[in-house]
Design a protein around this ligand. Sequence first.
Ligand code: HEM
Length: 542
Amino acid sequence: ATPDTRTPTGAPASEDPRSAGQQGRWLTTSTGTRLRDTDHSLKAGERGPTLLQDHHLREKVTHFDHERIPERVVHARGAGAHGYFEGYGTAASVTVAGLFAAGKRTPVFVRFSTVLGSRGSADTVRDTRGFATKFYTDEGVWDLVGNNMPVFFIQDGIKFPDIIHAGKPHPDREIPQAQSAHDTFWDFVSLHTEAQHHALWNMSDRGIPRSYRMMEGFGVHTFRMINAAGETSLVKFHWKPRLGIHSLTWEEAQLIGGLDPDFHRRDLADAIETGAHPEWELGIQVFEDTDDQLFEGIDLLDPTKLVPEEFAPVQPIGRMVLDRNPTNFFAETEQVAFHVGHLVPGIDVTDDPLVQARLFSYVDTQLTRLGGPNFNQIPVNRTHAPVNDMLRDGFHQHAVHSGVAPYRPNSLDGGCPFTAGGDLSDDQTRAFVDAAHNVAGPKVRTRPATFDDHFTQPRLFWQSMSPVEQEHIIRAYSFELGKCFERAVKERQLQALANIDPRLCAEVATALGLPAPKPTGELAVVTPSPALSQLSGGPWPG
Ligand code: HEM
């Protein structure tokens, strides 16, 4: 038996009549009793004390007292929108996922965000931007939880609490890094040279996007796709904005941050409301699923590395249009729960140690943030596919399950909890299959040697920048490191810059009034092509 409150109606979750916040013509209590007065508490005499028996007063105030939920531990500040994804039919050779079929439209909800600021922080700060997409496919929910930069600070998720602790506001005064000392962030980044690549993207104009509508998105990790023949490929996801990639200058970002801290949020909502619907094309870079999972010497399991598009072109597989604003910020944008483990048949994760930790972290944090284990029943999180799971009870259970106890095999309930016969899926080809990928080795807490090179790709990025972009990067490092109090931190970061590019280091060192160190070791020879479209921002193809 299918739980009756989760049968899909086909309507978008926010328009599902069962989710309507206001029904009927009268003001009522939460249990539907009509009210005659909500403006005066019940008192013993006109000027007397309020009575404990005033249930309506208590309900109204008690509910208000509990209106706030914890903000996200990261990516607290965000803006969301509804839309659709349309497949091109070009991905069939690599994946069985139905959403990529030609002309197939799948509803989506997207949430853009900054990473470090609190819920009420300004939009235009220098930061990475989150770009998370929930696809309500016929085969279940698929979440592509990405960022606007193709690489990440760390190579192993066990370091995530460390980097976030280093970057969040100072524990004593709760003043954000952006406005006071920057020592902890740059201490972390200079001590973990793997973070230099992402930090350089942050110091570039990509760190201050002009609009959410003008950002690229990246899945960052390498994922594994499975086709109808059961063959696997490794892929990287890319969103390319129809409007091209545009940034603010630092001065614009500072001014706008003061004048309109909601700049990006307002821009997204206004554009959608006026019919200028933002659009992205989704593309994949496809790599052979070899035993070593390397491509041109790049370890595909290392999330601090990208694969230049010259080596592996981004192949378009669909497009996304955002055409509807949320009806209620809290219900949708705040309560949406993304998770890298929300996968559909044909798309699987890899052994990238960063994604492996993320697989644990998202559900874990949402258990607290959204008050218990049933947050996938919240309208914005509800799948559009039929649900027939073995999960029961828990806080905020909205489904009314039938049948006897959910265990399998079950001789009393037709196989349980499924319909007579108890098949797991009547069409095995549409069921999720974990890619059968060989793993072997001793249990160790080390990282592979293929994760060791931390400077070649930052250098490639630096060299692909135009003179104006390089100037912006020099000014960004000079400004940000200029906020550090600790000389040793600045010197260590200058050393990292020397290893990326001696001129970058020299210019920043001059601005800081410090000597420029020499590179340690040989600088690898890099020959960037002038057409590094991914690195410098190319036009929307087609
Ligand atoms: C939230 C992206 C790494 C833990 C988010 C969000 C995005 C994102 C876009 C916001 C989702 C939303 O709008 O609701 C990424 C990317 C990563 C990464 C692209 C690396 C490639 C990690 C790692 C961890 C982590 C390594 C932990 C080990 C979290 C948590 C949240 C979050 C706890 C809050 C989720 C919530 O409260 O619903 N991340 N993240 N992330 N991320 Fe990550």
